[in-house]
Design a protein around this ligand. Structure first.
Ligand code: COA
Length: 218
């Protein structure tokens, strides 16, 4: 694959991102242009794309949250304010992964790894405590008649099953913390379930403030 680079999302990327998202998730409603503009307005530093000479290959989007506000239960819609990122809280010390996807033609070639690395770097450079995300479990529907989502996820963690998303996240250094119900109800592959995962920033300094970084939107 041609060399891949990662950078902050720009407004001009929006049509290509929507097209890619529709292609990747035929059953889940895609973001609107309005929502993507709102996301860039709310937290431009957290919106990242991967590209090569041929165009966009994928994206990773994040917000910061006060995790105590959300830890007991939440859906994707609730924590992201239906995708507008109004709940982005600059005082939060948790980077929350809202979305990550890679063009199917470019999957399995390290693009997802670069996007996750960029997310970890953002967490480090902002002096945030951790990255938390709720990952889809797209392999679960094949086993849903025989076992709970929790048991399925445990079998992925134990290495007995491979899930296209959770196996990747574990390989990226995330720890599995349990399953969430009705996280994205439209996600039929995951039967609405998601796995709660966390990566702790080893460089985090609780005695120092969050480094808010300069807000640049292009
Ligand atoms: C999950 C997802 C983002 C991963 O992106 P990706 O670009 O395929 O990720 P990578 O290529 O970095 O890693 C995927 C696998 O390819 C392997 N890989 C990476 N580089 C490779 C290379 N050069 N050659 C061969 N294999 C390679 C990795 O080891 C990894 O294996 P693992 O899954 O067993 O850990 C992608 O599959 C995706 O977009 N899925 C659909 C959308 C989705 O469900 N997103 C999750 C929302 S929660």
């Amino acid at each position: 694959m041609n060399s891949v680079s990662v950078r902050q999302t720009r407004r001009e990327d929006i049509p290509a991102l929507i097209a890619l998202q529709k292609y990747i998730y035929p059953t889940i409603p895609a973001w609107s242009e309005r929502k993507l503009h709102d996301q860039l307005e709310a937290f431009p530093q957290g919106q990242i794309v991967a590209e090569n000479e041929e165009g966009l290959l994928g994206c990773a989007s994040s917000i910061t949250v006060v995790w105590d506000d959300w830890e007991e239960a939440h859906s994707w819609k609730e924590i992201t304010s239906s995708g507008s990122f109004e709940n982005h809280n600059p005082l939060g010390r948790t980077l929350y992964g809202v979305e990550v996807f890679v063009d199917p033609d470019s999957q399995g070639k390290g693009v997802g790894h670069l996007l996750y690395e960029a997310r970890r770097n953002l967490c480090r450079s902002m002096n945030l405590k951790r990255v938390i995300a709720c990952g889809r479990l797209p392999g679960y529907h094949r086993h849903a008649d025989n076992m709970t989502a929790e048991f399925y996820a445990q079998k992925v963690v134990w290495g007995d099953f491979t899930d296209p998303v959770l196996s990747f996240q574990i390989r990226e250094g995330f720890s599995y913390c349990g399953v969430m119900e009705n996280y994205i109800p439209e996600d039929t592959e995951s039967c609405g379930y998601a796995s709660l995962i966390v990566w702790l920033n080893p460089d985090y300094r609780s005695d120092l403030p969050v480094n808010l970084l300069e807000k640049k939107i292009s």
